[in-house]
Design a protein around this ligand. Sequence first.
Ligand SMILES: Cc1cc2nc3c(=O)[nH]c(=O)nc-3n(C[C@H](O)[C@H](O)[C@H](O)COP(=O)(O)O)c2cc1C
Ligand code: SF4
Ligand code: SF4
Length: 270
Amino acid sequence: MNIKRICVLCFSPTGGTEKIARLVAGELAGPLGLEPVYFDFTKPQGRRDEYRFGADDLLVMASPVYAGRLPNKLMPEYQAKIFGSSTPAIPICVFGNRSPDEALRELVLLLEGNGFQIAAGAAFAGRHAFSDRVGEGRPDQSDLDEIRSFAAKAAEKLSMDALPPLDMDRSEIGPYYTPLKEDGTPAKFLKARPLTRWEKCSRCGACARACPMGSIDPQTMDAVGLCIKCQACVRRCTVQAKYFEDPDFLSHVAMLEQNYTSRAENVILI
Ligand SMILES: Cc1cc2nc3c(=O)[nH]c(=O)nc-3n(C[C@H](O)[C@H](O)[C@H](O)COP(=O)(O)O)c2cc1C
Ligand code: SF4
Ligand code: SF4
């Protein structure tokens, strides 16, 4: 294939997905002899227009895993704004050391439906947005080795005249994962929103600028719109003024910390 651009498109509220997408693209740059071009799908302004890629582009598309699938509130925009024209693509999902469940298959099928041909795909583990203790230290040295070998194999496939179809189970995508509390019952935190410790808040506006849904009022710093629990506002606040106190959310985080600290394996489709 005659690839002239490596395009990297990420949705990455807390930066873990982008970090791994950049590692993959960096490893592809050498063998393909091209510098990657980055497109940020995270902020509302980065999702205003459609992205159309040509047959001589390679798209590396990276998304975090939310509830075992692609983030449901982003799906309409993923579907309506990212198009290929027989464009080779490498879907990358980043999950927080529990499981990618159905997300990688979902991203492969979405891209195929939007005009892309899949060269290879992977789900790599990163730190969980909810807790530094879940996925701590990921990506580690072993992940870096896996990313390097994955990119080398993908580049080899991209050097062929035509891509062979990806060998993947194409059955119907399963349901979203139900988050659990410490007692094993469902954690219901759909309506949870971040709160503010006003005595600490300097009204710097960093949380409002970081929110991918544009849901934090830049005057009051209150979360007023749709909240996808991405944690961008919490992690961007340098004085720990943003926090969640929803009991079901906190119980889910505690459950993850109890059960998902041992190393989860990456998933590679090649
Ligand atoms: C709402 C939400 C749901 C998540 N669900 C899962 C999950 O089902 N499995 C998993 O392993 N990690 C899950 N994670 C962790 C993210 O996949 C992981 O932290 C990812 O790296 C976040 O991407 P970002 O750093 O680019 O924002 C979830 C994170 C959030 C915010
Ligand atoms: S980032 Fe923190 S300090 Fe800045 S406005 Fe938001 S809550 Fe306040
Ligand atoms: S308000 Fe919700 S959606 Fe916005 S950054 Fe915070 S956690 Fe993410």
